[in-house]
Ligand binder design. Structure first.
Ligand SMILES: Cc1ncc(COP(=O)(O)O)c(C=O)c1O
Length: 330
């Protein structure tokens, strides 16, 4: 079933694919592939989940963070250029597809080529999204998906390593299975990991992929619901999270910004009082205590989105009744 899931993922993503235990495991395997180690630097978006840079940190590398573009919330191209120009020993750039929106692959690929640095696309949140007709993650040296419980499709926990280079995916698959040599006895040239996905979860993954088109339609409808609900209440001043091409986003989460943090917090409190969960936008990594000594290029845009942005209930299983309850809180 894992082999079948790999094949289906390859069809979906337009590149080779190996399903593994999680998106974080996929990143760890890619850090190993690109030989990230002590003293190295890894440049990444600041506005993301900690897992984007966690595996690099565990290998002794230092993250360098780049702020968001105000028009998209995605990594700022001019600031990425500045970071590449000023940073030595950059082992890779990890660009993040945020909340279902692909980052500007063309621009980032060109920059990474100019500085001869491999690009990894963290497409954990963008399964099913599109960039200029290309599937999410089809850029750079490699990419990863996540199938965590809260993602577009889920295997309860899971992820995938993706690349146009079959060697990268083959080595990830091999390392995910303890780097065992293909001989009858247990033979190892290298020590690997137990990061493989189980067959049971592979089967769930295949069934989830059957449902992906329906899930994406549902996600889009939920986003439209919020857009209309907020348009009918202009006093709230809510705006969709910046996005270059909403029609290409998977709308993993419906995220809106409010004129002030106070207004955002008031809505979150009201939802919470009705037992409805919402969450602020990712806290930028350069503000996290664990990364306080790391260099950041810019930072204000991500901080502002964190202060005023709210992730609203977006599960594909939301019923019309649920939406009525949410709307009542607005
Ligand atoms: C941007 C990003 N990168 C990486 C991960 C890690 O994926 P996983 O939870 O499957 O390890 C996640 C989500 O969990 C994510 O949102």
């Amino acid at each position: 079933m894992v082999d079948a899931f790999d094949k289906r993922l390859a069809d979906l993503s337009g590149q080779h694919a190996a399903a593994v235990a999680s998106g974080t495991a996929a990143l760890d395997l890619l850090m190993q592939e690109f030989n990230v180690g002590p003293g190295d630097r890894v440049i990444a978006s600041s506005l993301t989940f900690v897992a984007t840079v966690g595996p690099a940190l565990h290998r002794g590398a230092t993250p360098v963070f780049v702020d968001s573009d105000p028009a998209t919330g995605l990594i700022s191209i001019p600031l990425l250029r500045k970071a590449l120009r000023n940073t030595r020993r950059v082992k890779c750039v990890i660009a993040v597809d945020l909340y279902g929106q692909c980052c500007d692959y063309d621009a980032i690929e060109a920059l990474c080529a100019e500085y001869d640095v491999p690009l990894i696309v963290d497409a954990a949140e963008s399964v099913g999204a599109v960039y200029k007709g290309r599937p999410a993650g089809l850029a750079g040296a490699a990419a990863l998906y996540s199938f965590n419980g809260n993602k577009i499709i889920t295997t309860s926990g899971g992820g995938a390593v993706l690349s146009r280079d079959p060697g990268i995916v083959e080595r990830a698959r091999w390392r995910a299975q303890q780097s065992r040599e293909p001989v009858p006895w247990y033979e190892h040239r290298e020590v690997g990991f137990n990061y493989r996905m189980s067959n049971l979860l592979g089967a769930i993954g295949c069934a989830q992929l059957d449902r992906l088109p329906k899930i994406l339609r549902r996600k889009r409808r939920i986003f439209e619901f919020y857009k209309n609900a907020f348009a009918a209440r202009p006093k709230l001043g809510a705006k969709p999270f910046p996005c270059a091409s909403p029609k290409d986003s998977s709308h993993w989460l419906s995220v809106f910004t409010f004129p002030t943090a106070t207004m955002r917090d008031a809505l979150a409190a009201r939802l919470s009082a009705a037992n409805i969960e919402s969450r602020p936008v990712w806290k930028p990594l350069h503000l996290q205590p664990v990364f306080r000594k790391c260099r950041v290029y810019g930072g204000d845009v991500a901080e502002d989105l964190f202060n005023r942005g709210l992730c609203l209930p977006s599960g594909a299983g939301l019923t019309p009744k649920n939406l009525v309850r949410i709307e009542a809180c607005l």
